[in-house]
Design a protein. Structure first.
Lengths: 115, 116
């Protein structure tokens, strides 16, 4: 199994508060991704990173920001959480990224509830 | 336009039956990659298979098999002699190397329930 951990695994927060989710990998892979999973939508890409300090937006990036200061860590921040951001968040990694159609391996997920 | 369509939202079968999960994709690229992932009730996403567009050979892995047909833009997944442990949500996904900011596009998933 790919060495990917996410923290926290569960979080309940209130509308308007900032929230940061952490993804940590031990595989030294270059690419890291954040997805959200919602019923009826499958998985949708929020942001991804192709190297330290190199990030780009995905399909549903509004209301989210990311940072990657080290190869192993990719942080997802909800600047001001809203109820529509209640979801399950998955981190993924791949060795070389989309150009090679590389397989993405997923972390265990974080369940976020925004009240 | 939806690029990956999994028309079967939910399927229920009795244990030991064979079941096929459908996946139809849409792309204009000649080079692309197709994937299947399994999400058991515990919630994690497990990679099952990756197939590139130049390899149309069917793949078999134990009770699992995949039928890739470019003529119909389909990449179907068959479980033979299903077991209760196969109960999960299965996702098909498409990667297009020249895509913009969506490196991997997922279908909405098919929930498979295998009843003992």
């Amino acid at each position: 199994d790919a060495g990917i951990t996410q923290s926290p695994r569960h979080k309940v927060t209130e509308t308007g508060t900032p929230v940061t989710l952490r993804c940590h990998q031990t595989e030294n892979h270059r690419y890291m991704y954040w997805y959200r999973q919602d019923p009826g939508h499958g998985l949708r890409l929020i942001h991804y990173s192709y190297g330290v300090k190199d990030t780009d937006k995905g399909e549903v990036s509004d209301g989210y920001s990311v940072s990657r200061s080290k190869t192993e860590d990719f942080l997802l921040t909800l600047e001001s959480a809203t109820s529509s951001q209640t979801s399950v968040y998955f981190c993924a990694i791949s060795e070389t990224g989309q150009g090679a159609g590389e397989t993405q391996y997923f972390g265990p997920g974080t369940r976020l509830l925004v009240l | 336009a939806q690029k990956v369509t999994q028309a079967q939202t939910e399927i229920s079968v009795v244990e030991k039956e064979d079941v096929t999960l459908d996946c139809v994709y849409e792309t204009r690229d000649t080079t692309y990659y197709l994937f299947w992932y399994k999400q058991p009730p515990s919630g994690e996403l497990v990679f099952l298979i990756r197939r590139n567009s130049f390899d149309e050979q069917n793949e078999i892995s134990g009770r699992y098999s995949w039928n890739f047909q470019k003529s119909t833009s389909s990449f179907n997944f068959t479980i033979t002699a299903s077991q209760v442990v196969d109960s999960a949500v299965y996702f098909c996904a498409l990667s297009e190397p020249n895509s913009g900011n969506t490196p991997l596009v997922f279908g909405k998933g098919t929930r498979l329930s295998v009843i003992a």
